[in-house]
Design a binder for this molecule. Structure first.
Ligand code: PLP
Length: 356
């Protein structure tokens, strides 16, 4: 990324030689990303983040039309749907089971004659639950409806073929797979007739105006290349082992705690646990004093005092939801760190439970 902040800072839309090179760099980045999901390069639109991608995808739905989504989507989807409702769009928020999975029969029954889009996330950011996107996409296409998936937590970690999964639009964010912040993309199948989300110049095939974030584009493409350079599933093994080790150790060492989300159909790096009788946000503050970074709910909405809408949707009470915290692991964690986490966690939970 560094040269594109300095020596190669030329505007890709200009008409001097140096800018042609930058245009090539952007086109090459687009090609690298397109190869990772088996689409065409001109179906990749760079955005500023996953939220922008989600907002843009949902802008497809117009007043009088109907969209189906789920109760556990990220706020970038939920809040956009709420706004669309104010403009006369009909929205169905599908419930989920105790693990966070939507039911395909309920999805089919929710379809109306004016349904134009189904938007269901590939994997949830709080409880890590993975949805059957192939099946959801195929239901959508059987009914002539477009399928959008928020793959912000999924892309870069799992294989995706947009054709096999009947995905028409897909949101991705760079910083979820070791890329930079401030860059994401929206895959839009060429068949989808969607208006530009940002109007202005003719950048990005006239669909997403604004001078491109060249270092960000180079960075997200490099991160994608690294993420998909090997068999992605085999890269999970180490993190998966650490995640299971951490979970078992928490369960065996700390009383009255419960795993939230699906035991198997979940992101390989995610643990979400409720500790009865304590408040998650207090536990986070204590852990932070020991150098441990964990989250309540979604990292993007941790400042909110509302109990997590995801944990409520899987049936937790307000108290249950407020007693939950989430750990997300990466390749860079070690087993020694996990031993330290459990030692500190045990002490912090005991301390908080003793203060009544
Ligand atoms: N969707 C999901 C599932 C997410 O987890 C996030 C961020 O955590 C977003 C969307 C928003 O992405 P960004 O922070 O890049 O806007």
């Amino acid at each position: 990324m560094m040269p594109y902040f300095s020596d190669n800072f030329f505007n890709p839309s200009a008409n001097y030689d140096a800018s042609y090179e930058i245009r090539d760099v952007i086109n090459n980045s687009r090609m690298v990303i397109a190869n990772t999901i088996s689409c065409k390069p001109d179906e990749i639109y760079f955005t500023s983040c996953g939220s922008e991608s989600d907002n843009w995808a949902l802008s497809y739905v117009k007043p009088g039309q109907h969209i189906i989504t789920s109760l556990i989507e990220h706020h970038a989807i939920i809040n956009t749907c709420k706004k669309l409702e104010l403009c006369g769009v009909e929205v169905t928020y599908l419930p989920v089971d105790q693990y966070g999975r939507i039911d395909l029969d309920e999805l089919k029954s929710a379809i109306q004659s004016n349904t134009v889009l189904i938007s269901v996330m590939a994997a949830n950011n709080e409880i890590g639950v993975i949805q059957s996107i192939d099946e959801i996409g195929s239901v959508a296409h059987q009914h002539g409806i477009l399928f959008h998936t928020d793959a912000v937590q999924y892309y870069g970690h799992y294989n995706i073929n947009v054709n096999n999964s009947c995905i028409d639009m897909m949101s991705v964010s760079g910083h979820k797979f070791n890329g930079p912040k401030g860059i994401g993309f929206l895959y839009i199948n060429n068949r989808v007739n969607i208006s530009p989300f940002i109007n202005g110049g003719g950048q990005q095939f006239g669909k997403r105006a604004g001078t491109e974030n060249v270092p960000g584009i180079v960075g997200i493409a490099k991160a994608a290349k690294i993420a998909y350079s090997k068999d992605v599933i085999s890269q999970h093994a180490h993190i998966d082992d650490m995640r299971n080790y951490l979970l078992n150790k928490i369960m065996n060492n700390i009383s009255d705690c419960h795993l939230n989300g699906h035991p198997e159909l979940r992101l390989f790096n995610n643990i979400n646990v409720s500790f009865d009788g304590i408040r998650g946000e207090q536990l986070i503050v204590l852990l932070s004093m020991y150098g441990i970074c964990a989250s309540t709910g979604s990292a993007c909405s941790s400042s909110s005092n509302e109990p997590s809408h995801v944990l409520k949707a899987i049936g937790l009470s307000d108290d249950g939801a407020n007693s939950s915290i989430r750990f997300t692991l990466s390749n860079y964690n070690t087993f020694d760190e996990l031993d330290y986490v459990v030692d500190v966690l045990k002490q912090c939970v005991a301390d908080l439970r003793s203060v009544k």
